[in-house]
Design a protein around this ligand. Structure first.
Ligand code: OAD
Length: 247
C-alpha cells in the first residue's frame, strides 16, 4: 500500500464517478483460469493456435472446441464477491462504469449496468461472411464449427490477437477513464495493449488509482494505492467501509 487506508477511504467518499478496470484475475475466485502467472492458460496453450483469425481459418473446429470448453467452465461459474461488490457499489457512487478485458459475462450476471467489454463476449457469435449475430444457446456444437445460413463460418464475438478492439466500446471506455475520479485496476497484468493503456489515460486526467492484485504488476509503480490480496476479499472489505449509500 502507498497511500494510507484513511486516505483511500476519503477519496472514495468524495468520488462521484468510479471506473473498475478489470482483468482475468477478478474471475479467478469464480474458478476461471487467468492467462498469465501461476496456472495461466498461456503457460500451457499457444495463443497463436487458438486466439487469432489465422488460427480460426486454419482449424475452425479446434478453435470452436476450445471456446466450447471455456463456455462449459463458465456455465458452472458464478459471479464472486468482487463482481457482486462492484455491482452493489452502484448504490454508493453516482456514476459507476466497468471496463473489462474479460469475455466471461460475469459482471453483467452480477448486476452491473454499465459494462464495456473491450475484448468481446464469449456468449455472442457472428458470421464472418454476412455478420449475422448468434447467441450461444442457439448454436449447439457437434465437433464442427457451425455455419451460417449464408454458408459463412460462425466465430465467437471475442477480440483475437492482431484484431482491433470494438471502436465504440473502446472510445466509451476512454471517455469513462478521462472523466472518473477514482479508477480501480483489478486482477490484470496490464500488459495487453491497447486495453492496458486505459489506466494510464485515467492517471493523465487526474484520477486516483487503486490497484488490487495478488502480486505487483507493470502498473503498480504508477498507482496511488496498491492493495495486495484476492479481489474477492480485498474489494468488498474496502467498499463495505464506505457504506451506507451516499445517494
Ligand atoms: P492475466 O492472466 O494476464 O493477468 C491476471 C492477473 O490477475 C495477474 O496479474 C494476477 O496476479 C492477478 N490475479 C490472479 N488471481 C487474482 C485474484 N484472486 N485477485 C486479484 N488478482 C488476481 O489477465 P489479463 O490482464 O486480463 O486477451 O489479460 C489481458 C488479456 O490477455 C486478456 O483479455 C486476453 C489475454 O490474452 C484476449 O483474449 C484478447
Amino acid at each position: 500500500m502507498k497511500d494510507s487506508r484513511e486516505h483511500i477511504l476519503k477519496k472514495l467518499l468524495d468520488a462521484e464517478s468510479v471506473v473498475y478496470f478489470t482483468g482475468a484475475g477478478i474471475s479467478a475466485e469464480s474458478g476461471i483460469s487467468t492467462f498469465r502467472g501461476a496456472g495461466g492458460i498461456w503457460n500451457k496453450l499457444k495463443p497463436e493456435e487458438l486466439a487469432s483469425f489465422d488460427a480460426f481459418l486454419r482449424n475452425p473446429d479446434l478453435v470452436w472446441e476450445w471456446y466450447q470448453y471455456r463456455r462449459t467452465v463458465l456455465k458452472d461459474a458464478k459471479p464472486n464477491a468482487a463482481h457482486i461488490a462492484i455491482a452493489e457499489s452502484e448504490k454508493s457512487f453516482p456514476n459507476v462504469d466497468v471496463v473489462t478485458q474479460n469475455v466471461d459475462n460475469l459482471h453483467r450476471r452480477a448486476g452491473s449496468t454499465s459494462v464495456y467489454e473491450l475484448h468481446g463476449n464469449i456468449e455472442r457469435n457472428f458470421c464472418i461472411k454476412c455478420h449475422t449475430y448468434y447467441n450461444q444457446p442457439d448454436l449447439p456444437f457437434e465437433n464442427k464449427a457451425p455455419k451460417c445460413e449464408c454458408g459463412g463460418l460462425i466465430r465467437p464475438d471475442v477480440v483475437w490477437f492482431g484484431e482491433y478492439l470494438p471502436q465504440e466500446v473502446f472510445e466509451a471506455s476512454e471517455q469513462a477513464a478521462r472523466n472518473c475520479d477514482v479508477m480501480f485496476v483489478i486482477g490484470t497484468s496490464a500488459v495487453v495493449y491497447p486495453a492496458a493503456g486505459i489506466p494510464s489515460m485515467a492517471i493523465r486526467h487526474g484520477a486516483y488509482l487503486i490497484e488490487i492484485n495478488i502480486e505487483p504488476t507493470d502498473i503498480t509503480y504508477s498507482v496511488n494505492a496498491s492493495l495486495m490480496g484476492k479481489a474477492g476479499e480485498v474489494l468488498p472489505g474496502l467498499l463495505n467501509e464506505i457504506k451506507p449509500p451516499k445517494k
